[in-house]
Design a protein around this ligand. Structure first.
Ligand code: NAP
Length: 277
């Protein structure tokens, strides 16, 4: 049982720590990527920052994150703006995947509505190397038609949500690699499923493409190292790659590495940040 003095001490300590908490800069990181985890891990020990990492909540077994997280949509740009206001977020960092176009557009709109400084942490796309046999296509629907009428063995590495677009081309054999099961499965006679989470090496992916007799790879130009294995493997085996175009990039202040994001944040914090309007 604490004494009165202890209780006062605890109460005073509580007030002091809540004052300290109030002085911390509140950072909301929109995540779901390797970079968002790395950024959160690099900032986790900072006692001048209060961090929250937001995940869409789609994967059934999300990785453990190094900072407090919230999960699930905000309810569009308006919902995100309300979250920024209600939680007095000082800085919003959009570290979502380059193909997560809706949340990035919402981040742009919500940041501008609330006057919250926004940084976009975006991996640069891969650039074609000599030997690459790439065709850029607008989206998964166009990729499905670009496979052509002749039966092919197709490696689909486009993410669960884009797979359904290939049901309209049932003449092909598909090998589909996703983190979570494709549900419902693709309505075609020949589809194999591989459940795996990257990173994937070039050697691993060369073995996969060869052993399945893959003729064509369909992928997103995600950038980064974790999923580049299939691109390098396709190059070395002379296999065609259909690359889905990235969605429209928001005109936000943008960096491409975690180190640059930390430098930007440090500058923003030391030069003073206005809380949202
Ligand atoms: P999206 O199409 O841009 O977003 C759809 C909706 O999901 C958003 O409007 C938002 O719902 C919610 N959402 C997305 N990211 C969120 C986040 N970090 N925190 C809270 N809500 C979020 O996104 P997506 O392409 O489905 O990707 C979903 C998540 O998976 C993203 O976090 C992304 O970083 C990650 N991811 C995507 C890909 C990909 O290829 N697209 C690949 C790897 C990882 P409300 O409108 O209700 O707020």
């Amino acid at each position: 049982m604490p004494t009165m003095d202890n209780q006062r001490g605890i109460a005073a300590g509580g007030v002091a720590s809540s004052l300290l908490d109030d002085m911390k800069r509140r950072i909301l990181i929109l995540g779901g990527t390797t970079e968002s985890r790395q950024l959160a891990a690099s900032l986790a020990a900072r006692d001048d920052l209060s961090l929250m990492l937001s995940l869409a909540g789609r994967t059934t077994s999300p990785l453990v994150q190094p900072v407090p997280t919230r999960s699930g949509g905000f309810g569009g740009a308006e919902g995100l703006a309300a979250y920024l206001r209600d939680n007095r977020v000082d800085v919003l960092i959009d570290a979502t995947h380059p193909y997560a176009g809706t949340i990035s557009a919402n981040a742009m709109q919500a940041a501008s509505q609330t006057g919250t400084p926004l940084l976009s942490l975006r991996r640069p796309p891969w650039q074609a190397q000599p030997g690459d046999r790439w065709t850029q296509v607008a989206d998964a629907e166009v990729a499905a038609y670009a496979l052509g009428p002749e039966p092919q063995c197709v490696f689909l590495a486009v993410g669960r949500q884009e797979v359904a677009a290939f049901a309209c081309q049932p003449q092909h054999r598909y090998v589909v690699r996703t983190v979570d099961p494709v549900d419902p499965p693709l309505a075609v006679p020949h589809a194999k499923y591989i459940l795996a989470r990257g990173p994937f090496s070039e050697a691993e992916d060369r073995e996969l493409l060869s052993s399945h007799g893959i003729d064509v790879v369909v992928a997103k130009n995600s950038g980064g190292d974790a999923t580049y294995g299939k691109i390098a493997a396709a190059r070395s085996l002379g296999i065609r790659v259909l690359l889905l175009q990235r969605p429209f990039e928001q005109p936000a202040t943008s960096v491409s590495t975690v180190a640059e994001a930390i430098a930007w944040l440090d500058h923003a914090v030391t030069s003073g940040i206005d809380r949202g309007v």
